[in-house]
Design a protein around this ligand. Sequence first.
Ligand code: SF4
Ligand code: SF4
Ligand code: SF4
Length: 275
Amino acid sequence: MSTDRLDDLPILFNRFGLERLTQNQRDKIATVDATLPQTQCGLCDHPEGCLPYAIAMVVDNEPHNKCVPGGQPVSDTIARILDKEPLPARPSPWPVDPNTSRPTEVRAVIREDDCIGCTKCIPACPVDAIIGTGKHMHTIISDLCTGCELCLPPCPVDCIDLVEVPRDPATETVEFRDKEQAHLRYRYHNHLNRVADQMADKTHSKPVTSVIETMIGNASHQSLDIDTSKAKATIAGAKLRTKIKKLEKQLSVRPNDSKQAELDDLKQQLAELGE
Ligand code: SF4
Ligand code: SF4
Ligand code: SF4
């Protein structure tokens, strides 16, 4: 795997000092990153996305089973690359898609009648899949949506739904995945570069509105003192609240012991986060 993918990265990634790593480490990071779905969802506890998780696995020996959308196939592939024992993949609330053996993919859909046009979802989207302007209803370009769920927590009126989209088996090939992931990665880097440019523009008066914007702000001030644990807790708390809301909705329709146990566990996790 070429390490070209580690060059010319957005400023957000400066703090990882990739240029100081050995060639062997860089090769492994590039190979592992290329296997990750590039959903940039942060469910692996890395709010800045897939690349920082790849770095953590190679440099900090972080467990290789934390990519939720990648599921068991991605966990097993990374185990082979890093010469580690297989581990059960971190569970997903979505059922396994028999066409991929990964959790079923989802796409976000805005209930346009309920949308108040507040624009809060736009900066949360890592691939710029949401279009709309202030006071006008917003819409999601579903071909671009990765189902990362990051737009759900900021929505004040809870008008974004997730729908399952089982994968077309014809697209479950190495070539298709490579192309798709390269495209998502490109869009994410464009998004990060655009946000960094906006923040560098002194006439840009928009308040910081997302965790990633805060982190880019810190990076552009060359501060290495980024409070990543707070950022991670904020993301984790938002994710937990979304899952809790979803389960509570399901349970209000039909009681289910295992879902109730899952709900209790999520509430406990939220309490432990102090969120
Ligand atoms: S897809 Fe999400 S969970 Fe998987 S590595 Fe990327 S950011 Fe992490
Ligand atoms: S629209 Fe929402 S779920 Fe889809 S990629 Fe953007 S933030 Fe993620
Ligand atoms: S955050 Fe919700 S209400 Fe606001 S623009 Fe987005 S979808 Fe509409």
